[in-house]
Design a protein around this ligand. Structure first.
Ligand SMILES: NC(=O)c1ccc[n+]([C@@H]2O[C@H](COP(=O)([O-])OP(=O)(O)OC[C@H]3O[C@@H](n4cnc5c(N)ncnc54)[C@H](OP(=O)(O)O)[C@@H]3O)[C@@H](O)[C@H]2O)c1
Length: 357
């Protein structure tokens, strides 16, 4: 069934990959951006042009997504599905409150409230993160909702349906961007659950919950962008260029291609016909980043010998996250960490004009 999908976050790693997958599947896509310049980045991208979407692709410019009613006009005219991947990641230079916590929480409420006024909307998919389920170290030592209360998070397997207790009161300041990112995801989950319970929407809502996402990013058109405008791939690039990442990454990853497919799969799932399935879906595979460069040495020995790719360090924070439903739902094996590393390193070599083999 071809649908009209509104996608937020189309200028980002995940949202753009979803946009490409949705167009390739024959859907019409409307995407929201904060400026005309950002719309140009999407519409002029070679991967988009290759798909020749014509009038199946259109942009809506919304300078501030957080104000009430911001999405009203973007949804008019038959939008059936919404995929909301347009919230910030934890960029260390961002202001923790105004550039991370507030947009994460307020953009989602504003989008849900606009969807409530739009009868054509059938389904809303929100991109969350495993950190929203794992919780922040302090409040997450007790876990509520899906009956895992009073058990340490590290001792239990957390899943997309786990809801860590929110701190009471919510902090008004944050020690760093990671704390505001985690709390933002936790509060968004809580608020969206409350919205569904209390507002009884005419559409259904699910979250897709990835671990750290890596893979080819068609938005990164040169070697500089590969390292600086590449979301979580920026972290892998640190390790591919001989440097040390100053903080550990959660040892749970997802290939961006799988993340995009998962969003579309979940978007077209009818929850009423699948009472056996949970409402929210994780997509994450356990990984230890210590061995990532072995894959690089194997795939690109010449680039390693020439010093274009150099072994760095990506520390791992081990986590226990259960996303076993994802392979069942996609009906295939998830892409391996090795393939994600090769895709990112290979794309970097392309942008450097270096022979891959
Ligand atoms: N990458 C990962 O490893 C990972 C893992 C788990 C979950 N996620 C989640 O997936 C979603 C997308 O992540 P990503 O990796 O695609 O990130 P990304 O490449 O940094 O893209 C973020 C997107 O969100 C938009 N955005 C950022 N701040 C915004 C704000 N204040 N107001 C409105 N829009 C804003 C950006 O638009 P502009 O271009 O206008 O800035 C961009 O389109 C986020 O919710 C993130 O938490 C990511």
């Amino acid at each position: 069934m071809a649908a009209t999908i509104l996608i937020t976050g189309a200028t980002g790693l995940i949202g753009f990959r979803i946009l490409l997958a949705a167009l390739a599947a024959g859907h019409s896509v409307r995407y929201t951006v904060r400026s005309e310049d950002k719309a140009q980045i999407v519409s002029s991208n070679p991967a988009v042009k290759k798909l020749a979407p014509g009038n199946r692709l259109s942009a809506v410019v919304i300078p501030d997504f957080t104000i009430d009613g911001a999405f009203d006009s973007a949804l008019v005219g038959g939008v059936t599905h919404i995929i909301h991947a347009g919230t910030p990641v934890a960029v260390p230079t961002y202001d923790p409150i105004t550039q991370i916590f507030q947009p994460t929480v307020n953009t989602t409420s504003s989008l849900l409230s606009s969807a409530l006024k739009t009868p054509s909307v059938q389904r809303v998919i929100i991109t969350s993160s495993i950190v929203g389920n794992l919780g922040h170290p302090s409040p997450a030592t007790s876990v509520s909702a899906v009956s895992v209360s009073a058990v340490s998070v590290s001792a239990v397997s957390v899943s997309a349906t786990t809801r860590p207790l929110l701190p009471n009161p919510l902090p008004s300041t944050f020690s760093d961007v990671f704390e505001s990112y985690i709390l933002g995801k936790m509060v968004e989950l809580h608020n969206t659950d409350e919205f569904v319970k209390t507002r009884n929407p005419h559409f259904t809502v699910s979250h897709v919950v990835p671990g750290y996402v890596f893979g080819r990013n068609e938005l990164a058109l040169d070697a500089a962008a590969m390292q600086t405008q590449n979301s979580s791939n920026n972290f892998l690039m640190v390790g591919l260029l001989g440097r040390t990442l100053p903080m550990p990454l959660h040892g749970s990853f997802a290939h961006v291609d799988d993340v995009a497919d998962m969003h579309l799969r979940v978007a077209f799932l009818d929850p009423a016909a699948h009472s056996d399935l949970p409402q929210d879906f994780g997509i994450a595979t356990k990984v230890d980043y210590a061995t990532f460069f072995d894959h690089v040495k194997k795939a690109f020995p010449k680039a390693v010998a020439a010093g274009v790719l150099k072994e760095g360090t990506v520390p791992t924070l081990p986590v226990n996250f259960d996303a076993s439903e994802s392979e069942k739902l996609l009906g295939r094996k998830l892409k391996s960490f090795e393939s994600a590393v090769i895709d990112v390193a290979g794309q970097y070599l392309e942008t450097m004009g270096v022979e891959k083999a």
